[in-house]
Design a protein around this ligand. Structure first.
Ligand SMILES: Nc1ncnc2c1ncn2[C@@H]1O[C@H](COP(=O)(O)OP(=O)(O)OP(=O)(O)O)[C@@H](O)[C@H]1O
Ligand SMILES: [Mg+2]
Length: 221
């Protein structure tokens, strides 16, 4: 049984200049505990694929199964699915710049209705896990790119999701920092998390279990 399964998925965007066929008959199975890379040119559909897997956007035709159960396009179903199962790391951190590191990481727990005391201990535990234990009162503009990325990872994993989806998490980082981020993902993967990482970096992709490629919306391994 696959953790995530796409069957003949098509995804279109309507825009001013017409229709974009962003995913073309995409079928993909991802097993529990996989650490997978998605590669492909700019505009090939990588972010779209990740958003579909994360229930951030619906599909036009085909099916998406999570733990063998179909996910519908209903917003209520998708948001529940996201909250229960998915940790999503977007392409450019998307941190709240008027909030501290602590508050940024705490936010998903607030949404989930976790009590203050428990939130505090959980945030500190996660910040330690990503190597930011003394940073909780800093603001994002006081951090380096790699540190911002670690805050984004901390925020994505604070609810202990089964699946982590990361869109170019090392895109803007130097090699050493990239290594630190990759180690965090590997440790999460050892803890049993299923992880999908979009990357342009073939060296990074090689260090993962499996690579799938997108070419103009079509997938191949
Ligand atoms: N909201 C949108 N409305 C219309 N077209 C879109 C929208 N989002 C993406 N697209 C188009 O869909 C295609 C796939 O976009 P996507 O963002 O998935 O590419 P990508 O592989 O992530 O690219 P990059 O490497 O530059 O991040 C592109 O042609 C893009 O222009
Ligand atoms: Mg993208």
């Amino acid at each position: 049984m696959s953790k995530l399964r796409l069957e003949n998925v098509n995804k279109y965007y309507q825009s001013g200049s017409g229709t974009v066929h962003a995913l073309k008959n995409v079928s993909l199975e991802i097993e529990q505990g996989e650490l997978l890379a998605v590669m492909g040119r700019s505009g090939s559909g990588k972010s779209t694929l990740l958003k579909v897997l994360g229930g951030l956007t619906g599909i036009d035709t085909g099916c998406y199964y999570y733990d063998n159960k179909p996910l519908t396009n209903k917003e209520r179903h998708m948001s529940k699915f996201r909250n229960q199962h998915i940790g999503f790391i977007v392409q450019n951190y998307a941190l709240l710049y008027d909030r501290t590191v602590f508050e940024n990481v705490e936010l998903p727990l607030k949404y989930a209705g976790v009590r203050k005391k428990l939130r505090e201990s959980r945030v500190l535990e996660i910040l330690e896990q990503v190597g930011l234990e003394d940073y909780e009162q800093r603001f994002p503009h006081e951090l380096s790119g790699g540190e911002c990325q670690r805050v984004a990872i901390a925020r994505a994993i604070i609810n202990n999701p089964e699946v982590i989806l990361a869109d170019e998490p090392t895109g803007a980082l130097d090699e050493d920092t990239e290594g630190i981020i990759l180690d965090i993902f590997k440790e999460l993967n050892r803890d049993g998390k299923t992880i999908v990482i979009v990357t342009h970096d073939p060296v990074l992709a090689k260090k993962l279990h499996r690579v799938v490629y997108l070419n103009r919306g079509m997938i191949h391994e």
